[in-house]
Write a protein that binds this ligand. Structure first.
Ligand code: KG4
Ligand code: ZN
Length: 365
C-alpha cells in the first residue's frame, strides 16, 4: 500500500467552486495543503435561490483558476499528485458536469488516475479527515440542500436512517428570513434576531415528532410562522422589532426541538450497535447555529457518544472533503475511468426509499 497519498479534489455541485489538495501518510493525521473556495452568492442574490444555468457557467469560468491556486498554495506540480478526485453527483447537473469534464481533462493530460466522489460521502467522511473518527459513527447532515441521518459504517457503506420529507432545515431558515424581511443567507440573520427574542411566545408545531422514526418535515413550520406573521400584520399594520425577534426565536426553538429529538432516537438506534468509539458528528451550514449545536451536543453526551462538529469551513461545501474521500477510495483501490458519469441524483444508501421533493439547491439525494 502507498505510504503517502496526495490527492487534488474538485467540487462544483452547487454554488461553490472549489479545489483542494490533501496529503495523507499512513499512521498520521491528514494534512490539508490547500483549500480554495470561490462562492457564487453574489451572482444568485437577486433571484432568491441558486440559478442552475448561472451556477454552471460560473463553475466553468472559475474551476481552472481554483485548481491553479490550490496547486500554487500547496507548492506542488501535477507530478507530485497520486490522483484527481471530483464530485460526480448528486447536485445541479451543469455544475457537476463542469467538474467531471475538467477532472477527465486533467487525468488525460497528466496520466493520473481519476476518482469520482459522491458529494454526500465527502460530507459524511469529513469527521475522519478532521478527527480520525472510527467506523461506525452517526452523522447528521443539515444544510440548505441536505437533511439526513446517516450511519457511516465504511468508506462505501452507509445506512440512511431518515431525513426530511420536504424542506431542508437551512432552506426553512432561508424562507423564514425572507418572510420576515431579513437578509440572506437566512440562518445567521434568524439566529442573530433570535438572540433577543422569546422562544416561547409563539407555539409553532414540532412536525413529525408524534410519529416514530427519524424522518423530519420543516415546510409546515414555515407556513405556521407565516400565519402568525399575518395575524400580527393584520392587527398592528406591521411587525414590531420585538415581534420579529420573538418569531425568529420561536422558529429556531421548533427546529432545535425536532433535530434534538430525532437525534436522540437516531443515537439510541446507533448505540445499540455497541460501537467501539461512539461518535455523533454534524455537518452542513445549519450546524453553525449555536442553539442547535448546543442541543445536539447535549443529546450526544446523554447517549454517551463523543460529539464532533468539524470547523465550519469544512462543514459547508468545500473540496478538501472531496480530496479526502479520494484518499479513502485510493487506499481502497477504487478508481474510475473516462466512463465516469455526472449524476444529478445519487443516494449514498441505495437501499433507502427515494426522497420526495427537491430543495432550492437541487435534488435531495
Ligand atoms: O452547507 P451550506 O453552506 O450549503 C448547502 O446548503 O449545501 O449550508 C447553507 C445553509 C443555508 O440555508 C443557511 O441559511 C444555513 O446553512 N445556515 C444556518 C446558519 N448558518 C448557515 N442555519 C441556521 N443557523 C445558522 N447560524
Ligand atoms: Zn453539500
Amino acid at each position: 500500500m502507498t505510504k503517502t497519498v496526495t490527492i487534488l479534489g474538485l467540487e462544483s455541485s452547487c454554488d461553490d467552486t472549489a479545489a483542494a489538495i490533501v496529503r495523507h501518510t499512513e499512521g498520521q493525521a491528514p494534512e490539508i495543503l490547500s483549500s480554495i473556495v470561490a462562492g457564487q452568492a453574489n451572482l444568485h442574490a437577486a433571484f432568491g435561490g441558486v440559478v442552475p444555468e448561472i451556477a454552471a457557467r460560473a463553475h466553468t469560468e472559475k474551476l481552472d483558476i481554483c485548481v491553479e491556486q490550490a496547486m500554487a498554495e500547496a507548492n506542488l506540480g501535477f507530478s507530485d499528485l497520486d490522483a484527481i478526485a471530483v464530485t460526480a453527483g448528486p447536485g445541479l447537473i451543469g455544475g457537476v458536469l463542469a467538474g467531471v469534464m475538467l477532472a477527465k481533462g486533467l487525468a488525460a493530460g497528466t496520466g493520473l488516475p481519476l476518482i469520482g466522489i459522491n458529494h454526500l460521502a465527502g460530507h459524511a467522511l469529513t469527521p475522519r479527515l478532521t478527527d480520525g473518527a472510527a467506523f461506525p459513527y452517526l452523522m447528521l447532515l443539515v444544510s440548505g440542500g441536505h437533511s439526513q441521518f446517516l450511519l457511516v459504517k465504511g468508506t462505501d457503506n452507509y445506512t440512511r436512517l431518515g431525513g426530511t420529507i420536504d424542506d431542508a432545515p437551512g432552506e426553512a431558515f432561508d424562507k423564514t428570513a425572507r418572510l420576515l424581511g431579513l437578509p440572506q443567507p437566512g440562518g445567521p440573520s434568524v439566529e442573530a434576531e433570535a438572540r433577543h427574542g422569546d422562544p416561547k411566545r409563539f407555539r409553532l408545531p414540532r412536525p413529525l415528532l408524534d410519529r416514530p422514526g427519524f424522518d423530519m418535515s420543516f415546510s409546515g413550520l414555515k407556513t405556521a410562522l407565516l400565519r402568525e406573521r399575518d395575524k400580527l400584520v393584520a392587527r398592528d399594520g406591521g411587525l414590531h422589532r420585538q415581534d420579529r425577534a420573538d418569531l425568529c426565536a420561536s422558529f429556531q426553538a421548533a427546529v432545535t426541538d425536532v433535530l434534538a429529538e430525532k437525534s436522540r432516537r437516531a443515537l439510541a438506534d446507533y448505540m445499540s450497535l455497541a460501537p467501539a468509539r461512539p461518535t455523533f458528528a454534524v455537518a452542513g451550514g445549519v450546524s453553525a447555529n449555536m442553539t442547535i449545536r448546543a442541543a445536539l451536543e447535549s443529546v450526544s453526551e446523554q447517549a454517551g457518544a463523543t460529539f464532533l462538529a468539524p470547523p465550519l469551513r469544512l462543514c459547508t461545501d468545500n473540496a478538501a472533503m472531496i480530496a479526502w474521500a479520494g484518499v479513502e477510495r485510493f487506499r481502497a483501490g477504487q478508481f474510475d475511468d473516462m466512463t465516469l458519469q455526472a449524476r444529478p441524483r445519487w443516494p449514498l444508501d441505495q437501499t433507502a426509499p427515494a426522497m420526495l421533493g427537491s430543495g432550492k439547491k437541487g435534488a435531495k439525494a
